[in-house]
Design a binder for this molecule. Structure first.
Ligand code: GLN
Length: 474
């Protein structure tokens, strides 16, 4: 009775083909057999069974009633600790629920646990976590692979079929790149579609919640559940949320698909270029018009992102000082020393690097040269997209420059790690919606992803494009 489909599972539950208890017990058992992958930071069987009992006594007709989901450990949850994969929040028990997780709970979802991530979502391999690496479930035994990051635990949880969907956050690619590495669907909505309230902040002008699922239909269902206006997030969009699932169609005839020439980057493996070409051919065959477009400032996107994101991070992470919550060092002889030792011991290497970069680019002497300039370039990048979307409905590119790489491969070279984000950060800087769907394999039989970008708040067309590619690939 277990289906790799949230949609079908909802039907099976409604038709009493399986009970909420049986379903969740199956997932609990599966999670226990995969503990070596280190997907969960928090997993507590009893807490899952408690949620089951609560729902068994609930007669209402909630749309995700009993559906097991995994939650990135960056979302504050009342009944489970929230660590952001950092020592500094190791024992943090939020007193409130994030907007997104509350919406899912309101719809009757069951949280099977909190998933591993890069510390404060800074990374591309889930290897900066204080709680150790997550292993990509698609790895061969001889060579453990990275699941991507930062939402690597959530992508891996879906790929290993330990839940029917998972939440993630994407600041510069953290949903799309791990989705690509793990062979699952991952959607980052338009900035502002899902409230940031209750998500540990990394770079507030870029952070956006989204979801991972086994397929596009399920992504439409979960996106509908998590989106919505929230006055506690000043950048939350007050728009009517469409019925993404009901409006899904794989008919793209007459639509124009933009192919940006700047995304053909030297050094991109042939296999990645090949699946991109294959996707374009499929879209054309199905009646879409293909148009070559230009996004001239693309090459500045990575350096721009790696100024703006650390700048905002250095400011957001100032709150972890050992006073109000989180870790506090024992070695304290003065107030300054408490701050220094708490932060020195509580943050990992990558987080410290970002804080240093961020503080530097915001410092009085360098603000104009770095931060201000990056803000201006960000505007130019956004303008490129605005111009391009006058000529096309969707933009199609590869998601990442490679398939999943071996664990530890890129760890000692931050710049190499940052290059993972080359195809994902431009849309993040412009606040646009993007999805990654599995499309093709590399020579080692590892999945590769295609990214589809849309206009602001046009998640519907993004999902429709993804549905067409998904159906044409199967
Ligand atoms: N890999 C990027 C970074 O390290 C993106 C992370 C994210 O989207 N949270 O900043």
């Amino acid at each position: 009775m277990l289906e790799k489909s949230l949609k079908k599972t909802i039907e099976n539950l409604q038709n009493n083909k399986i009970s909420i208890r049986e379903l969740n017990q199956e997932y609990i058992d599966k999670i226990k057999t995969k503990s070596e992958l280190n997907i969960f930071i928090h997993f507590d069987e009893q807490k899952i069974l408690d949620q089951v009992s609560e729902l068994e006594n609930d007669n209402s007709n909630k749309k995700l009633k009993g559906i097991p989901l995994a939650i990135k450990d960056l979302f504050c949850t009342k009944k489970m600790p929230t660590t952001a994969a950092s020592k500094i929040l190791e024992n943090f028990n939020p007193t409130y629920e994030s907007f997104v997780t509350q919406k899912l709970l309101d719809d009757g979802a069951i949280f099977v646990g909190k998933t591993n991530l890069d510390e404060f979502a800074m990374g591309s391999a889930t290897d900066t976590s204080y709680f150790g690496n997550t292993i990509n479930p698609l790895s061969k035994e001889s060579e453990p692979l990275a699941p991507g990051g930062s939402s690597g635990g959530s992508a891996a949880a879906v790929a290993a079929d330990l839940c029917l969907g998972a939440t993630g956050t994407d600041t510069g690619g953290s949903i799309r790149q791990p989705a690509s590495f793990c062979g699952v669907v991952g959607i980052k909505p338009t900035y502002g579609l899902c409230s940031r309230w209750g998500i540990a902040a990394f770079a507030s002008s870029l952070d956006q919640a989204g979801v991972f699922t086994h397929n596009v239909e399920d992504a439409a269902i979960l996106l509908e559940s998590t989106a919505g206006f929230d006055k506690r997030d000043s950048t939350s969009a007050n728009i009517k949320i469409p019925n993404y699932y009901d409006n899904l169609t794989d008919d793209l005839s007459g639509k124009t698909i933009g192919i940006p020439k700047e995304y053909s980057i030297d050094g991109t493996p042939e296999e990645v270029s090949k699946i991109w070409e294959d996707a374009i051919k499929v879209l054309e065959k199905k009646g879409a018009k293909i148009k070559n477009i230009s996004l001239p400032h693309t090459k500045y996107a990575l350096p721009t992102y790696y100024i703006i994101a650390p700048a905002e991070a250095s400011s957001n992470l100032a709150r972890y000082d050992g006073v109000k919550y989180g870790y506090r060092s024992d070695e304290i002889s003065s107030l300054d020393e408490m701050y220094e030792n708490t932060r020195g011991q509580g943050f990992g290497k990558e987080v410290k690097r970002r804080i240093l970069i961020g503080t530097y680019v915001l410092s009085a002497g360098y603000y104009d040269a770095y931060y201000l300039k990056a803000q201006r370039v960000r505007k130019l990048i956004a303008n490129d997209f605005n111009e391009a979307f006058k000529e096309c409905d969707l933009i199609v590119t590869p998601t990442a420059p490679s398939a999943a790489f071996p664990l530890n491969q890129e760890q000692d070279d931050p710049i190499k790690m940052y290059l993972n984000d080359v195809f994902t950060v431009p849309a993040s800087l412009a606040g646009l919606p993007g999805i990654s769907i599995p499309f093709g394999k590399d020579k080692n039989d590892l999945p590769l992803g295609i990214q589809i970008l849309g206009k602001h708040f046009d998640e519907q067309q993004v999902l429709n494009g993804a549905l067409l590619l998904e159906r044409s690939y199967e």
